[in-house]
Design a binder for this molecule. Structure first.
Ligand SMILES: Cn1cc(Nc2nc(NC3CCCCC3)c3c(C#N)c[nH]c3n2)cn1
Length: 287
């Protein structure tokens, strides 16, 4: 029977949950405690230094943030030249799959809860100075009915792509990408008038706000703001074009409408931060 050893502990494979890039995620059962875990296996071809480094960063962060309730819990890991095993708490389903199944019957209360939990998760990484910059529903999973963030967009993005890339759902989608991320023209080591590196963090954090706004929009309207534009180049142009007005059909809750409009503001400076969104009346209002 298919058994995987991680740091001397045995896990039996129950099923393959998903795969993407050169990583696979299995649902496993620990031999001793008979507990359910998610085991992420990453094949490191040719000991790709960049990939190794990016996974080291991801592991360090997961370990550092594991006390935060909105971040997935890393139980154990094993890192070698050829592969990485991450043993993490297992969610019941990811948000992308969940939304596909339930997109037309999400109650306002559920939408409110999921929005609050996504904000809290991204607030944690922003406070740690991390910008995900590729947020999409597949990055969130339900653990006991509440949402947790499963990755920080560090490792997968840099994942070496000379392996058979079997698309994980939503990998490489533009539907959640912000205008400034598409236009990212600023040189990597841009400096300000004092010759100091420009703090890109603030700007980048706002890109995560745009992505979250696209997820909220898809919960309300059943599709992301630019999903109907199939041609990738036309989609990119529409996202960046201030004269392309995003369609906001009227809804009952004006506060929710206001949040979506604010998150999907093309002008980065006028787009709210996570902090401001956590204090927005839509989140604060008592039910
Ligand atoms: C569909 N589905 C998902 C679960 N649960 C689950 N999926 C995880 N990754 C999935 C890989 C494929 C894309 C969607 C996320 C992880 C995880 C990582 N990385 C750490 N814990 C997890 N739990 C149960 N059904």
């Amino acid at each position: 029977k298919n058994l995987i050893q991680v740091n001397g502990k045995g896990y039996s494979i129950i099923r393959l949950i998903g795969k993407g890039g050169s990583s696979k995620v299995f649902q496993v059962l620990s031999e001793d405690s008979k507990k359910l875990w998610a085991l992420k296996y990453v094949k490191l071809d040719f000991a790709d230094e960049m990939a190794m480094q990016s996974y080291m960063n991801e592991i360090t962060l997961l370990a550092r943030l594991k006390t935060f309730k909105r971040i997935i819990h890393l139980h154990d890991y094993e890192l070698t030249e050829d592969y990485i095993y991450l043993v993490m708490e297992c969610g019941s389903i990811d948000l992308a799959t969940f939304l596909k199944k339930n997109k037309d019957n999400l109650s306002p209360h559920h939408m409110w809860c999921y929005w609050q939990e996504m904000l809290e998760a991204v607030d944690v990484i922003h406070k740690e100075g991390i910008v995900h910059s590729d947020l999409k529903p597949a990055n969130f999973i339900f653990v006991e009915a509440s949402l947790k963030l499963i990755d920080f967009g560090i490792a997968n993005a840099i994942q070496n792509d000379h392996t058979s890339v079997v698309k994980e759902s939503q990998v490489g989608t533009l539907n959640y990408m912000s205008p400034e991320a598409i236009q990212d023209t600023s040189p990597v080591n841009e400096v300000n008038e004092y010759g100091h590196k420009k703090p890109r963090l603030k700007i980048n954090c706002k890109s995560d706000v745009w992505s979250l706004g696209c997820i909220l929009y898809s919960m309300v309207y059943g599709r992301t703001p630019f999903q109907h534009i199939v041609h990738r180049l036309l989609k990119m142009q529409a996202i960046c074009n201030p004269d392309h007005f995003i369609d906001f059909q009227p809804i009952e809750n004006e506060l929710l409408l206001d949040v979506m409009k604010k998150c999907l503001t093309r002008d980065v400076k006028r787009r709210p931060s996570i902090e401001e969104l956590l204090n927005h009346p839509y989140v604060k209002k008592p039910f």
